[in-house]
Design a binder for this molecule. Structure first.
Ligand code: UTP
Length: 295
């Protein structure tokens, strides 16, 4: 095996999706449909897995609630009922076979209790083992501005810098209280950043005092894009937080452990050349449905 080749991706999909209630009472938000650029209606999770696999990832671990195991297995592991398959168009028959092939690369992992995003990532520890891995949010889809996909770009930067990478985008001050933010100094202007601090959901005041980045306008900050390339060391810090019951807003979060990872090993930030579409809020999901198809 090629040293440091990134083979695995983790996608946590075990949250409750409270912001999309009551739809999420019956449909996991990661299974909501989006219309892809090829005009096909597909569950969000399928678009995310495709992005990972098409960038060269060999295996994907999705972290699910125990009660949802069956529905994800139905989508990714089981062929459609014969009666349905027989009625599909030739193109959809072909896609169905491709979906089975995609599903064969997926391992379903469990998060027994919903203790937060960081905790869900920790649930993938034994599956990831001692390898660097790609981490993707279960409710974000990506569209690149350039030929190389967003995940492909992050993998390339990892090869170049050989330390953990967080995908970033420029965010206006008014939305940073909802995002993980970073600051640092440029290695390559407006592209590659040596991160000197990661901070979850800062107030505008905190961001203005601590998270300004040279050359950027006063009202813009760098927000985390939902794509991460992490060394397995992150699991040590997540384990420590869980052991010591260090929660934020009642949950085990990832960003504070990323900050410790940064102090120990360094983290590079990369401004992804592309767009990240959120599907986790009603109006944002609606807009994503429109924009993703046309991007
Ligand atoms: P979110 O922060 O969007 O949380 O999780 P959520 O519970 O899914 O949704 P809201 O905030 O209640 O509306 C980010 C990602 O982490 C997963 C989610 O499924 C989503 O893909 N997650 C979150 C878990 O896997 N387990 C958790 O305990 C929490």
């Amino acid at each position: 095996m090629e040293k440091d080749k990134v083979r695995k991706a983790v996608i946590p999909v075990a949250g409750f999706g409270t912001r999309l209630f009551p739809a999420t009472k019956v449909v996991k938000k990661e299974l909501f449909p989006i219309i892809d650029r090829d005009g096909r209606a597909k569950p969000v999770i399928v678009a995310i897995i495709e992005e990972a696999i098409s960038a060269g990832i060999a295996e994907v671990g999705i972290v699910v609630q125990p009660d949802d195991k069956e529905i994800f297995a139905d989508l990714l592991k089981n062929p459609p009922k014969k009666e349905l398959f027989d009625k599909l168009s030739p193109q959809n028959k072909e896609y169905s076979r491709y979906l089975e092939d995609l599903g064969s690369k997926v391992t379903i992992l469990l998060q027994e209790e919903q203790l937060g995003y960081g905790h869900a990532v920790f649930c993938a520890k034994d599956w990831v083992q001692d390898e660097p891995f790609l981490l993707m949010l279960g409710d974000h889809i990506y569209a690149s501005d350039i030929e190389k996909s967003c995940v492909g770009q992050v993998l390339d930067v990892y090869k170049q810098v050989n330390q953990s990478v967080v995908g970033l985008s420029t965010m206006p001050a008014k939305i940073i209280h909802k995002a993980g933010c970073v600051t640092g100094f440029w290695q390559e202007i407006n592209s590659i950043l040596s991160v000197t601090q990661l901070y979850e959901k800062p107030t505008i005041e905190y961001a203005q005092q601590n998270l300004r980045v040279k050359g950027m306008s006063e009202n813009d900050f760098l927000g985390i894009f939902g794509l991460y390339l992490l060394t397995p060391k992150i699991f040590d810090f997540l384990a420590e937080h869980i052991k010591q019951n260090l929660r934020e807003r009642g949950e085990f979060q990832l960003t504070s452990c990323l900050e410790i990872l940064r102090q120990e090993e360094g983290i590079t930030g990369y401004i992804v050349k592309g767009n990240c579409f959120d599907t986790g809020l009603p109006d944002v999901y609606r807009q994503t449905m429109i924009d993703f198809r046309n991007f």
